[in-house]
Design a protein around this ligand. Structure first.
Ligand code: NAD
Length: 370
């Protein structure tokens, strides 16, 4: 039995509620399938601040660094609106991403057939959609220096953000895009703005060079990021893997998210570089949604984004591909059967709460093994 070290950080609001459903799946996989997950649990966000005055403790950071993967719920809420900036709940999340050097953010946009009517696009455009947006997460304009607002002394101010990328940053994210494409439909579309940005020129060159050095079996195309945004809402199914920088990735992944219906459905993964000794990547898996304070504590949150984040964890950190496929198929089955939480409810469907939805997915997962 393999020892698979998972560090659990449920966080605030609906995070812990959705997490309860994931824990039941992990227990089942340990008890009945010998999965060998060793779990430990910590505090993050407002929960950590209430306990010890910071959004994640050094001790929990160490556990996150030592784990094979971190599962993260959500942080934040109005209760912590007035805490000092450095201790705000989101600071815990940012520290995890920074200290673990998670440079790649994977955001799948999958439209389950049963939910095709919930998209803001026509059903035929999104039904069966399965794309992956790979966003560079630790470089670019959000982090580049200088980053200033200067008073010009004439009643005007000047704000400067700096878009900066080095070759190695583009090489490692594009190599990851090609590797991921090989496990899917083998196509990568790289998006930048080489027509107006030097960083776009370099991005385009380095992606093309990386492709030539060992990834020529993968089909590569390039698109300007603004045209890419347009194509994402015109004909999203043309894409397989989209790789792009931090800023464009932030926007394009949110556009892609809305193609699929609800925030309560969307998982994500953030990955770092492979360890020189073990070859394993640091990794954190989390739903795209926040702590949803408006519905927290009511037992009505959709746990699917959290469960789908576990499926990504099985796939990318533990190479448990069959189990990941089975868990994703279980989610699709439950939706096909007409079960809906409030956020994805539509006429003629059966509305259920968090626990019922989690239990139904687990039952479908078990049934698929039989
Ligand atoms: P949110 O994602 O928490 O909620 C947006 C809307 O979607 C709400 O109406 C909410 O009820 C609904 N929703 C979200 N997830 C749902 C689910 N699983 N099931 C059913 N409905 C769901 O975003 P927000 O309201 O802008 O932010 C709330 C708090 O969460 C803020 O403190 C924000 O800073 C924080 N936040 C945290 C993260 C994170 O932890 N990664 C991400 C985004 C926002």
């Amino acid at each position: 039995m393999a020892n698979r070290k998972l560090f659990l950080l449920p966080g605030d609001g609906i995070g812990p509620e959705a997490f309860d459903e994931v824990r039941k799946i992990l227990d089942y996989m340990n008890d009945e399938e010998g999965a060998g997950f060793e779990t430990d649990e910590g505090l993050v966000g407002g929960a950590a601040y209430d306990s010890h005055g910071e959004s994640i403790s050094d001790a929990d950071m160490e556990k996150a660094m030592a784990a094979d993967a971190v599962l993260f719920g959500a942080v934040g809420g109005p209760k912590w609106d007035d805490v000092p900036y450095d201790q705000r709940p989101e600071a815990g999340l940012l520290r995890l991403r920074k200290d673990m050097q998670l440079f790649a953010n994977l955001r799948p946009a999958i439209c389950y057939p049963a939910l095709a009517n919930s998209s803001s696009l026509k059903k035929e455009l999104v039904e069966g959609l399965d794309i992956l947006i790979l966003r560079e997460l630790t470089g670019g304009v959000y982090f580049g220096d200088p980053k200033t607002i200067t008073d010009l002394g004439n009643g005007q101010k000047r704000a400067i953000d700096t878009q900066v990328y080095d070759t190695y940053e583009i090489e490692r994210i594009s190599a990851m895009a090609f590797e991921l494409a090989r496990t899917r439909s083998n196509r990568v579309c790289s998006m930048e703005k080489r027509n107006v940005m030097k960083s776009g020129v370099l991005w385009n060159e380095v992606v093309t060079e990386t492709h030539k050095r060992g990834f020529e079996d993968v089909e590569l195309s390039h698109m300007l990021a603004d045209a890419g945004g347009m194509q994402l809402v015109r004909a999203p199914k043309q894409f397989d893997v989209i790789v792009t920088d931090n800023l464009f990735g932030d926007m394009l992944s949110d556009v892609a998210a809305m193609l699929t219906g609800s925030l309560g459905m969307l998982p994500s993964a953030s990955l770092g570089a492979p360890d020189g000794v073990t070859g394993k990547r640091k990794a954190m898996y989390e739903p795209v949604h926040g702590s949803a304070p408006d519905i927290a504590g009511q037992g009505i949150a959709n746990p699917i984004a959290m469960i789908a984040s576990l499926a990504m964890c099985l796939r990318y950190s533990f190479e448990m591909i069959a189990e990941a496929d089975r868990l994703e198929a279980a989610i699709a089955k439950v939706l096909d059967d007409g079960l809906r939480t409030g956020d994805i409810m539509s006429d003629g469907m059966q509305q259920v709460g968090t626990t019922e939805m989690g239990a139904a997915v687990l039952e479908a997962y078990k049934a698929a093994a039989a």
